[in-house]
Design a protein around this ligand. Sequence first.
Ligand code: K7E
Ligand code: CUA
Length: 764
Amino acid sequence: MKTNAKRALSLLAGLGLGLTITTSANSATSLDQVMKDRGLTQKDLLAAAKTYTPTGGRDEYIVFSSGGQSGQVIVYGIPSMRILKYIGVFTPEPWQGYGFDEESKSVLRQGNIHGKEINFGDTHHPAISETNGEYDGRWLFINDKANPRVAVIDLHDFETKQIVVNPLFKSQHGGAFVSENTDYVITAAQYATPFENKFVPLEEFNEKYRGGMTYWKFDKKAGRIDEKNSFTVMAPPYSQDLSDFGKGPSDGWSFTNSFCSERYVGGIEKGRPPYEAGCSAKDTDFMHMVNWKKAAELVAAGKATKINGANVLTIETAVKEGVLFLVPEPKSPHGADVTPDGKYIVVSGKLDSHTTVYSFDKLMDAVKNKKFEGKDPYGIPIIALKDAVHKQLELGLGPLHTQFDSKSCVAYTSLYVDSMVGKWNYCEGKILDKISIHYNIGHLMTMEGDSKSPDGKYLVSLNKLAIDRFNPVGPLHPQNHQLIDISGDKMSLLYDMPLPLGEPHYAVAIKADKLKPHNRYKSGWNSRTDTRSPFKTRAGREKTVTTPGKVEVFGTTIRSHITPETIEAEVGDEVIIHLTNLERAEDEVHGFALYGQNVQLSLEPGKTATARFIAEREGVFPYYCTEFCSALHLEMQGYLLVKPKGYKAKAGAAQVGVSYTQADYDKQVKTNVATQAVIDGVVAFITSHNYQDFKTVVALVEDATDQLGFAEEAKKKSEAAAAKGDYQNAMLWANQWWQYQVKTADLGLRAKTYLEQNGAKKVK
Ligand code: K7E
Ligand code: CUA
C-alpha cells in the first residue's frame, strides 16, 4: 500500500472508522468466583439474569415517570431500568434546547401564570393516550400540582408541544388521566380556592371557596388540548384528590376521591388546631362521581356558566341535571382506581386499614332508583356506602394506590405505613401475597396497568424514602424505584434503581413496540409546532440580513461547520439566528452555544431552531457546536462580533498563522487521491448491495452524497488557486476538500457496517 493511502486509512481508523480491533483478553474469573468475591446468592444471580440487558439489547417496556419537583418526565426501560431520557416539560432542559430556543420558549411560556414565568412544575401523574381503552403510544399527558397546568407530549419525538393553565384552580392534583378514547383528560382541584382571581377571606371558605374536576377536550387530529371546548364541574371545597375515568361499562363516568370533607380551615398561629387534625376528624370523606358524557352535552347545550372565560357547570346545575353524586369512603382516602373490566372502583383510606371495592352496577342502581341516604351541605345526593360496596378488605396499614394484573381479579395495592405491596383478589376480597419494599411506597405500577388489558409481568414500587439503599450523596437522597417480578404466584424483588430527579409520584409503562418515534425531522422542521419552519435554510442558501437595529441569520449546520462562521452586529442590535441542521444521518445532532447570551440550541437532524437576544454590549462572542458530532467537532466554531456604533473597519485582510508551500499542497493532494480510492471502495460495496431496502442506509448515503458534492467544490477552488500559484489558499482548500472526504468516508463506512450487520444482499 502506498504511504499516502496508509495515511488516509490510519487517519480514518483514528476516527474510530473502518477498523475492527479484536481483543483476546480472556477473563480468568469464573461465575463462582464472582459470586464469592461479591457475596452474591443464587437468588441475586437469577434477579440479575432477569434484568441484565446485553449491549445493543432493547427493553420490553418503556416507562414514563413523573419527575416530581423537577417538572420533567423521566423515561426508562423495563426490565433493564436503564434511563433513556429526561423530557423537559414545565422546566427548561438545556440539552434539548428546551426553554433556550424561541420555538420551545413559546411552549414553555404558555405555562405563564398571570404573566409570571413559572420555571418549575410539581409533576404527579403521567397518562398515555388510549384507543378503546388500550395504550396507543401517541401522546403523553402530565399534570402540575403547584401551578394547575397540564402538558401534552408527542411520543413521535418525545417533545412537549403544549401547556395549558387551568383558568379556575390554584392547585390541582387528580390528573392527568384519560378517557378510554382520549376524548378528555381529567384534572381535579386539590386545595380549595375561590375560582375568581381575587381575595376572599378564609371566613367565607364554605360559601366562596370551591373545588372541581376539569375535563380537557383533546383534539386528536391537532394533537392539542382544545381549551374552548373544555369544561369544569364545580365541586364543594373538599380537597378533591385522585381521579380515574370509567371504562367499558362505566365509560362516560369519572371518579374522584377527596379528603378534608370536614372543610376545616387551620390556623395554628391563631390558636386553632392544625389542618392535619381538622382534616382527618370525620370517619369518612367523599368519592365524587360525575357523568361527564352528560356534562359535556349540557355544556354543548349552553348550560355552562362562564367564569374567567371558562365553561363551568355549577354545583346547582350539576345536581339538577343529575351528573354529580357523592359516596362515602373511608377516612382520608388516596387513590381511586377503576378495574380493567370497568366494573369496580378501588379506593383506600390512608388512615384506615380498609380498601374498599365499589360496584359500578350498585352505584348505577342507586342513581336510577334515586336511593340516597341524604344530601351534603351543597345539596349533592349521597349514596350510602352499604348500597355501593362490593367488598371491603383489611389489607394492611396505610393503603394508597391500586394497580392491576393480567390475571383476572388480581390487584396490587401500596401499603405506605407497612412499606409493603399487597397482592389481593378484588372479586373475592382475599389477600394473596405481600412483599416488603424499601421504603414507604407511594404509587405502584404494573405494565400497561391503567389499560383495559394490563400485561402483568412486572411491577414498579415508587418509594418515598431510600434511606440506606444507595451510596450516600448528602442529605438529599435519590428516590428508589424497585422492580418486582409478578409473573409467579409470589412476588419477587429484582432491582433497585435510584432516581435522582425529584419525587416521581406516578409512572406508566407501555409495550415498547407500540412506540414508533422518528429518528429525524423532515428538513427545516419546527418540532414544537410540527410544521415546516419559515426559517428553513438549504445548503448554499445561507444568508445574513442586516437592517437598522437587527441582524437576522439564516444558517445551517453540517459536519463540521456552522454557516455562517462570522456574524457581525452593532451594539444594541437584536440578533436572531435561525439554524437548520442539514444532516439526515441518525443521531447526527449539532448544538449551538454562545458566550454570555444564555443560548443553547439542540439541532437534531432536520430541525430548525432559533436563538434570539439583544447584543447589549460590544465584544467578541465565540460560538460553537455543543455536541461531539465529528472528529473536527472542536473546529465547529465561529465568532459573533459586536462592534461599537459607527465602527469603521481597518484596512487589511484576516491574519494568517501558518504559511504553506507547493510541497504542502502536493502532499495533501496525494492524500486526497488516496482517500478517494478508499471512498470508491466503500461506494462500490454499498451500490453492489440492496442498500435501497434500508431506510437508515439511504439517509446515510444521501448525506454522504452531499458531503462528496462539497468535496468536489472545494477541490475546484483548490485547483484554481494552485493554477494561479496561490499555494496558501490551494493548500487550505485542499485540506477542506479532504475534510469533506473524511466525512463522506465516515458516513459510507457507517452505511457499510449497517449493511453487513443487517444481512444486505449482493445485487450485482
Ligand atoms: Cu399518591 Cu400525587 Cu398520586 Cu404522590 S400522589 S404518591
Ligand atoms: Cu456539530 Cu459538534
